[in-house]
Design a protein around this ligand. Structure first.
Ligand code: PRP
Ligand code: URA
Length: 205
């Protein structure tokens, strides 16, 4: 269930994110922009309901979002760069946090933090810019399900084919939204062509 953004603006933004000369301040702005496009795409099927209103000229039946609280869960640390668009465009959002960090030698993610609001019955979005081996996202999906999420969606900026396959293997049927599906992983499990270490580029570390 992979959805890849197909929009000229998405292509423009992702190219500037990839460019190694892009500085952290611009990188953060671009991360906001691509995450906003992803947030819109990943919420395309949210329920709406009828609402009778009056325009300045006449009454009409409009449509508004049905009461369905969203929960956005960034995978720390890089996922933080994708949260703000969800807060900006949706009226009813809560935020949970899952802290995972890849070991530089093994690329295996270690859990160091977890704080989640109630997930049962809510629409849950796990956000993490990079889906490389898929280990971090697969762990986070497991945690979300253990805490009551029924069909958490995964929203990433760049994915590798390996990462997508790993999610399909451990969490079949997961809706995955990405801005780009890249070629492969290198020997150090970085995505190629990719954009490097997202967290380091976001925070200038
Ligand atoms: C990055 C990224 C993902 C993970 C992806 O985080 O944000 O969480 O790597 O790799 P995987 O698919 O192989 O698990 P990192 O562990 O570098 O931590 P950071 O967010 O603190 O920079
Ligand atoms: N994490 C990143 O930040 N970038 C990659 O390419 C892989 C994992």
């Amino acid at each position: 269930m992979l959805h890849v953004l197909d929009h000229p603006l998405a292509a423009h933004v992702i190219t500037h994110l990839r460019d190694k000369t892009t500085k952290p301040a611009t990188f953060r702005t671009l991360a906001y922009q691509i995450s906003l496009l992803l947030a819109i795409e990943a919420t395309r099927n949210l329920a709406v309901e009828d609402k009778l209103i009056e325009t300045p000229l006449e009454p009409m039946h409009g449509r508004v979002l049905a009461h369905s609280p969203l929960v956005v869960v960034p995978i720390l640390r890089a996922g933080l760069g994708m949260v703000q668009p969800f807060l900006d465009i949706f009226p009813d959002v809560s935020v949970g946090y899952i802290g995972l960090e890849r070991d530089h030698a093994t690329a295996v993610a270690r859990s160091y933090y977890c704080k989640l609001p109630p997930l049962a019955g809510n629409t849950v979005f796990l956000v993490d810019p990079m889906l490389a081996t898929g280990g971090s996202a697969a762990q986070a999906l497991t945690v979300a399900k253990e805490n009551g999420a029924t069909a958490p969606r995964l929203v990433c900026i760049v994915a590798s084919p390996t990462g997508v396959a790993e999610i399909e293997r451990h969490h079949p049927g997961t809706e995955i939204y990405v801005a780009a599906l890249d070629r492969e992983l290198n020997a150090r499990k970085y995505i190629l062509p990719g954009l490097g270490d997202f967290g380091d580029r976001l925070y200038g570390t």
